[in-house]
Design a protein around this ligand. Structure first.
Ligand code: HEC
Length: 167
């Protein structure tokens, strides 16, 4: 059995018009968009209380944590393991709440002794995306770093986190 397909069939005509439309609109790449990000704010139409709720969440999102709160402008509570010291540090581009910034903040948040091996393994890099690890074994996201060696870590961190002390 033969199936005759005519090049004048409606479907071909429609395809031809489509190609024409694609070619007609194929213009030059304008490059990276300039100006304000147009993102990161509230949606329209919120009540006053909803805006307050958004703003308080946004503040918490930008809080920077340190191990014992001794670093200026930080809140106590980082560790014992971590991926970064604030939500907004990773969710930053093009505005707070977004995606990775152009330069990876993970490079300086942990001691070099922890950063360098991950760099050598090509897991993180200065101009690459921020990274977390997800284990196949439990499906969960896990942390890249520990607080060991950070200047704000007490000399006996196990005593600093009594609830996590083993025996
Ligand atoms: C080390 C970087 C990093 C930090 C710090 C971080 N995130 Fe994320 N976040 C990610 C990555 C990477 C993903 C995507 C994970 C995936 O898809 O497996 C993500 C995903 C999310 C999502 C899901 C987004 C979606 O579209 O489904 C939410 C919500 C979120 N993060 C909130 C937070 C909050 C709240 C904090 C702070 C408590 C935080 N993140 C801190 C890197 C980070």
């Amino acid at each position: 059995m033969y199936l005759k397909v005519s090049i004048h069939s409606p479907i071909h005509k429609a395809f031809g018009f489509l190609m024409f439309a694609v070619l007609a609109t194929a213009q030059t790449d304008p490059g990276v968009r300039a100006g304000a990000p147009g993102a990161g704010g509230t949606i329209q139409g919120l009540t006053t209380n909803q805006v307050k709720f958004f703003t308080s969440g946004q503040n918490a999102f930008q809080e920077v944590a340190s191990v014992s709160g001794t670093v200026p402008d930080t809140e106590k509570g980082l560790g014992p393991r971590f991926n970064l010291d604030s939500c907004a540090g990773c969710h930053k581009s093009p505005a707070i709440g977004g995606s990775s910034p152009a330069s990876n903040p993970q490079m300086s948040v942990a001691p070099l002794s922890q950063v360098t091996p991950l760099q050598v393994l090509n897991i993180i890099s200065a101009n690459g995306p921020i990274r977390e690890v997800r284990f196949a074994s439990d499906g969960g996201v896990h942390d890249l770093f520990t607080i060991m060696g950070r200047p704000d870590t007490p000399s006996r961190p196990a005593e600093f986190f009594p609830s996590r002390r083993q025996n």
